[in-house]
Design a protein around this ligand. Structure first.
Ligand SMILES: Nc1ncnc2c1ncn2[C@@H]1O[C@H](COP(=O)(O)OP(=O)(O)OP(=O)(O)O)[C@@H](O)[C@H]1O
Ligand SMILES: [Mg+2]
Length: 246
């Protein structure tokens, strides 16, 4: 095996430059926090990753907490017109976009936070079981943080979510808003410690332009690049520019 390639249990994201940073992909079963500032492309990139997986025959699900399902799908189609078979993959149940049930449970938090969080987890499990998803996106953890906000309990909830996702055996991408979006000031909350992996999408200002870059900060069970790489959102999807490493 080449030094910069991981074992076959890594699932390629289908975004070439990102797979180069990940030395082949995400270890199957890992839970990866995808964090970044507003509009850096968290939702689109996670959708693109499961789109590529669904195209390879892997059933996937996108759980949308913050936007309506049809809005998420339409934004993706508008951004990337060349990914024209989204509907076909959805009809085949390889790509499921859901979340209404989970969102309503979250917004109707009743007497006990712990009970409500338990029912959010059950709803996520139902979505996963519906098409036997092997990879899921939860967009976003930030809303969970807002609703289940007691700081000493939030970490426990995250641990419970991590345990439940492990039991389900799914590979997961969990989006998260980052308070400081430039690389020098980036700091990490409990999510970065609880879950297996952390990808960070930075926005740095360079003269009169905003420069996007992505970094693998952590990936349990895997070797990965320690470099960060600039990226662009194009109408053919994400382009991550990696340089060859010595
Ligand atoms: N075809 C395109 N080409 C270039 N950029 C695009 C294209 N389509 C969308 N974008 C960019 O993608 C951004 C939206 O991406 P996305 O919704 O994934 O961001 P996000 O990080 O999830 O944002 P939020 O924090 O609001 O959830 C827009 O701000 C826009 O700059
Ligand atoms: Mg988003």
């Amino acid at each position: 095996m080449a030094e910069k390639e991981n074992a076959e249990d890594h699932i390629p994201t289908g975004i070439e430059g990102l797979d180069a940073l990940l030395y082949g992909g995400i270890p199957a079963g890992n839970q990866v926090v995808v964090s970044g500032g507003p509009g850096c492309g968290k939702t689109l990139m996670c959708f693109e990753i499961i789109y590529h997986m669904a195209k390879r025959g892997i059933p996937c699900a996108f759980i949308a907490f913050e936007e309506q399902e049809n809005v998420v799908v339409n934004n993706f189609k508008k951004a990337f017109p060349s990914f024209s078979d989204v509907d076909a993959l959805m009809e085949k149940n390889l790509l499921v976009v859901d979340g209404a049930d989970v969102s309503s449970k979250m917004h109707s938090s009743t007497e006990s936070e712990a009970y409500s969080f338990g029912s959010v987890i059950s709803s996520i499990e139902e979505v996963v079981r519906a098409n036997n998803a092997k990879c899921i996106v939860i967009d976003s953890l930030s809303l969970v943080k807002l609703v289940f906000s007691k700081p000493n309990l939030y970490r426990r909830y995250m641990l419970a979510l991590a345990l439940s996702l492990k039991k389900l055996g799914v590979t997961s991408l969990l989006t998260l808003e980052l308070e400081h979006t430039n690389r020098k000031e980036a700091s990490f909350g409990p999510e970065a410690f609880v879950f297996d992996g952390t990808l960070v999408m930075y926005q740095d200002l360079e003269e009169d332009k905003r420069i996007f870059s992505i970094e693998v900060v952590k990936m349990r069970g895997s070797n990965h690049s320690l470099s960060f790489a600039p990226y662009e959102i194009t109408n053919k999807g994400f382009r991550v520019f990696t340089i060859s490493e010595a």
